[in-house]
Ligand binder design. Structure first.
Ligand code: ADP
Ligand code: SR1
Ligand code: MG
Ligand code: MG
Length: 453
């Protein structure tokens, strides 16, 4: 690699960079190609710069993602540590291990340059949010996202791990590790002592504090106070934004969610699982951009994903001239919300059942020792998770309507009055959900409620 100090890459220097890193260069070479590389900056997210580097001969491409020490969409006036890319790399690797079909492979990490290289998710992969705006159905989306969330959340929680594995990092001394060697010459069993690595645990992600603090501010604080970077579809939503700042009950619920977000290390969460962090084709679902990853509440991921689907639902009427045009599509979104939660529930419980007699220390088998108590424990856990997800989902919806960062679903509605009508419905639903979430017992009730707004 080209060593030295951090420098910002552009479409020219990123090519030189790639040529200097054998692991990347080899990904792009072909045996007798002319190795002509091109690069294009394609970042359309809020935070970072993303380059696609392509060998024009072989057409092979890779992605280079670089973090600068500030927020791209705001500029240098809002600094943010570029170390975030280190946590993105670790999360991609851990989530890739737990859900390999749904996470792009990491090829290279450079801490000095604050960059990662990863698999290029080739066309027809597009950002899910853009697919939702275009009215495209993804029949496998719910199943894939349920699988991703169940695996990444369950296996990094105390429902699977011992407390020590969950909290610390390092190596663990294992004796009497049995190794079965199989060759043409001989079969034998070898017993030996070994050091094996602990899984990536809470301690390792504590360093992502600046990104957690950022979320605390933009999701749980800014929408409820006067802040110069907040904006909304004015003047239409002026009274709605003011009403948020006067709603005492809402503020109490938000404070509770902020406390769970900040204090509960339940599992390794993605931390920014909205519909622009998912790339899709009808067959493939890939989760990208986990730079906000840390050990936090599972419901924050589930809520982010479901809440952004609800935003997409409420945007549909504004995206077409005749709302009838998206009637079937809106039904598909609602079905996807319902299926995602139900399939997640099913998969999560199946993992719990399968591993209940393992190393997990949350529900010890000698205490939760009969089917009745096991069932009660699972039901309680899932009910809490459901209500957390609803609360976080609602908070994530609100911040996208009155906070600093909005969503293309609404922003692409050119007519401001029409946009405000869609946003108000989403806002009113989210406010109700945040305050009344504990009254809902199942996802079907949520779907019925969305239809009323
Ligand atoms: P940010 O952190 O700034 O939001 P993202 O990781 O979301 O950055 O990437 C920004 C954009 O770059 C994505 O919306 C997508 O269009 C593109 N992109 C990112 N990673 C990949 C990838 N592995 N393959 C193809 N495109 C990608
Ligand atoms: C200025 S806030 C930018 C937002 O974009 C990221 O995707 C996160 O959601 C962050 O809050
Ligand atoms: Mg992004
Ligand atoms: Mg990001």
């Amino acid at each position: 690699a080209l060593s030295g100090e951090f420098r910002r890459l552009d479409e020219r220097s990123v090519i030189e960079y790639v040529k200097g890193v054998p692991a990347l260069w080899s990904k792009l070479q072909e045996a007798d190609g002319d190795h002509q590389l091109t690069a294009k900056e394609i970042g359309d997210g809020n935070l970072n710069f993303v380059f696609i580097v392509t060998n024009t001969a072989s057409k092979a491409s890779i992605i280079i993602k670089q973090a600068l020490p500030y927020i791209r969409s705001v500029g240098e006036s809002w600094p943010l540590t570029k170390d975030r890319v280190y946590f993105e790399k670790m999360a991609l690797e851990e989530q890739g291990r737990l859900a390999p079909h749904h996470v792009p492979q990491v090829y290279h990490f450079d801490s000095t340059m604050s960059l990662i290289a990863m698999r290029y998710l080739e066309p027809p992969h597009i950002i899910l949010r853009k697919g939702l705006i275009a009215g495209i159905q993804y029949p496998l989306l719910a199943r894939h996202m349920a699988h991703f969330m169940a695996n990444t959340l369950f296996f990094t929680s105390l429902l699977f791990r011992s407390t020590l594995d969950h909290k610390r990092e390092g190596t663990q001394f294992i004796n009497n590790f049995v190794h079965v060697y199989n060759s043409f010459i001989n079969n034998f069993v070898h017993v030996f002592n070994a050091f094996i690595p602990f899984p990536i645990a809470v301690a390792k992600f504590c360093g992502n504090a600046a990104l957690c603090r950022h979320t605390q501010q933009v999701v749980f604080s800014d929408p409820y106070r006067i802040y110069n970077l907040n904006h909304w579809t004015s003047p239409y939503l002026d009274p709605d934004a003011e009403a948020l700042r006067q709603d005492n009950l809402l503020k109490l619920e938000v404070a509770h969610l902020k406390s769970i977000f900040s204090e509960r290390a339940q599992a390794l969460i993605h931390g920014d699982l909205h519909t622009s962090s998912v790339m899709v084709t009808p067959q493939s679902t890939q989760v990208i951009d986990p730079e906000f990853a840390f050990y936090g509440p599972m419901g924050f991921d589930i809520g982010a994903f479901l809440g952004n689907l609800v935003l997409a639902f409420f945007a549909q009427d504004g995206l077409v001239d005749q709302p009838e045009d998206r009637k079937a599509y809106k039904e598909w979104i609602l079905q996807t919300i319902e299926d995602t939660w139900n399939l997640f529930y099913e998969k999560f419980i199946a993992l719990w059942d399968e591993h209940k007699d393992g190393a997990a220390e949350a529900y010890l088998p000698e205490i939760y020792n009969n089917p009745e108590v096991q069932l009660l424990a699972q039901r309680r856990y899932m009910a809490d998770l459901f209500h957390d997800s609803l609360g976080f989902g609602a908070a994530k919806m609100i911040r996208r309507i009155v906070g600093v960062a909005h969503v293309e679903d609404f922003e692409s509605i050119a007519d401001a009055a029409k946009r405000a009508t869609c946003e108000r419905k989403a806002l009113n639903f989210a406010k109700m959900l945040l305050k009344d979430r504990r009254k809902f017992e199942g996802i079907a009730e949520i779907i019925s409620s969305i239809r009323l707004f």
